[in-house]
Design a protein around this ligand. Structure first.
Ligand code: NDP
Ligand code: GDR
Length: 364
């Protein structure tokens, strides 16, 4: 039985990857940092009582900013594969916490690589580093591939640039099987609520149910190459199953503006919207409603721009070229954006219906 260690196991990708590896018969260890409230919702269905026999899923407390615990966990678990998914992953927040982001996302990766080396596991343990399309930042060429020059545009991206190169360096210096997956944006019903797609699908569901009036967003012109997290964790696993270590771009090859994703999400609840105005004065209005349940009227303003969501330096356009992954890994996405959006809106509708029912029951 193969053993995997996943840092950031309770994040979006950690949850899908843990599920995939358990299906494949792995023993899965996860690193989770301590929090004042339990935040394992995404992986609670995978939990196994540690007192049971044949347990294949185990959580360990740890933090990417503490090398002592990383060394201890790796020593204890001696993994065949390490997936380094832990990170302060919010680009806008990284401008508020740049030093912490550098420590967790940049130096954290070094700590993990060093722990494996110090313990003499550099020939046994394969390492996946969660690199990002944010490395491309200011557009140098489109579509972006493994050979496109990097130009990071946020403390997050700069920290991830260090992590990218230290992974390459450990591969070259110590002959380690260490790889970067340069993943473009990937979303799902498990996406954190402050990333734009989930913020939109949650708000659209809330507006359709009469629980929210308006959706406030930042840059509507930004374009992203959005895929489904389920497809992307499959790519992570494939990257570690090759004869030789290498770096791969994982993307759909299609880019869509934020504004269009908003329109798509409203369509899912039977509401057509149109945008008017420019820059900070741009607004989205209801054009028609075919869903009699939605408490909306034609002409109603449902989307506004709030400049506080703008970033000091923005990444305007991301579009990936996944040719290498398709040819070398045999990977291709199974979801397109409309299917992803549909799944997210329908999941948020179900969550909010359940929450509002629970709240009504509390009031009775
Ligand atoms: P999430 O934000 O959903 O999950 C991040 C995970 O990292 C959480 O479990 C979080 O724990 C954990 N974490 C944060 N800081 C630390 C720390 N100091 N020590 C230990 N754990 C920590 O991100 P995703 O699942 O979306 O992304 C996974 C990885 O892939 C990240 O590294 C991200 O930067 C990268 N990436 C993501 C892309 C995407 O589109 N989703 C695209 C490209 C790269 P907690 O719950 O306690 O906060
Ligand atoms: P991103 O994702 O920065 O690409 O990083 P996010 O969803 O936060 O932003 C995408 C684009 O939407 C614009 N935007 C808004 N973003 C947020 N969060 N909130 C808003 O209200 C809003 N309005 C417009 C942003 O300006 C941006 O252009 C994600 C993270 O998962 C990273 O960890 C990962 O590395 C990259 O994707 C690839």
């Amino acid at each position: 039985m193969k053993t995997a260690l996943i840092t950031g196991i309770n994040g979006q990708d950690g949850a899908y990857l843990a599920e995939l590896l358990l299906e494949k018969g792995y023993m899965v260890h996860g690193v989770k940092r301590r929090s004042s409230l339990i935040n394992t919702d995404r992986i609670d269905h995978l939990y196994q009582d540690p007192h049971d026999e044949d347990v294949r899923f185990k959580l360990h407390y740890g933090d990417m900013t503490d090398s002592t615990n990383l060394i201890r966990i790796i020593q204890e678990t001696r993994p065949d594969e390490v997936y380094n998914l832990a990170a302060m992953s919010h680009v806008k927040v990284s401008f508020d916490t740049p030093e912490y982001t550098a420590n967790a996302d940049g130096i954290g990766t070094l700590r993990l690589l060093e722990a494996i080396r110090i313990l003499g596991l550099e020939k046994k343990t394969r390492i996946y580093q969660a690199s990002t399309s944010e490395l491309y930042g200011l557009v140098q060429e489109v579509p972006q591939s493994e050979t496109t020059p990097f130009y990071p545009r946020s403390p997050y991206a700069v920290a991830k640039l260090y992590a990218y190169w230290i992974t390459v360096n450990y591969r070259e210096a110590y002959n380690m099987y260490a790889c970067n997956g340069i993943l473009f944006n990937h979303e799902s019903p498990l996406r954190g609520e402050t990333f734009v797609t989930r913020k939109i699908t949650r708000a659209v569901a809330a507006i359709a149910l009469g629980l929210q009036k308006k959706l406030f967003l930042g840059n509507l012109d930004a374009r992203r190459d959005w895929g489904h997290a389920k497809d992307y964790v499959r790519a992570m696993w494939l990257i570690l199953q090759q004869d030789k270590p290498a770096d791969f771009v994982i993307a759909t090859g299609i880019t869509t503006p934020v504004r269009e994703f908003v329109t798509m999400a409203f369509n899912e609840v039977g509401v057509t919207i149109e945008f008017n105005g420019e820059g900070v004065d741009e607004k989205g209005y209801v054009k028609s409603v075919s869903n009699s349940e939605a408490p909306l009227s034609v002409g109603q303003e449902v989307v506004c721009v709030d400049p506080s969501y703008f970033r000091p330096t923005e990444v305007e356009l991301l579009i990936g070229d996944p040719t290498k992954a398709k040819t070398k890994l045999g990977w291709k996405p199974t979801y397109d954006l409309p299917a992803l959006c549909k799944e997210m809106v329908s999941s948020d509708l179900a969550i909010l219906r359940k929450d509002s029912k629970t709240q009504r029951e509390h009031l009775v």
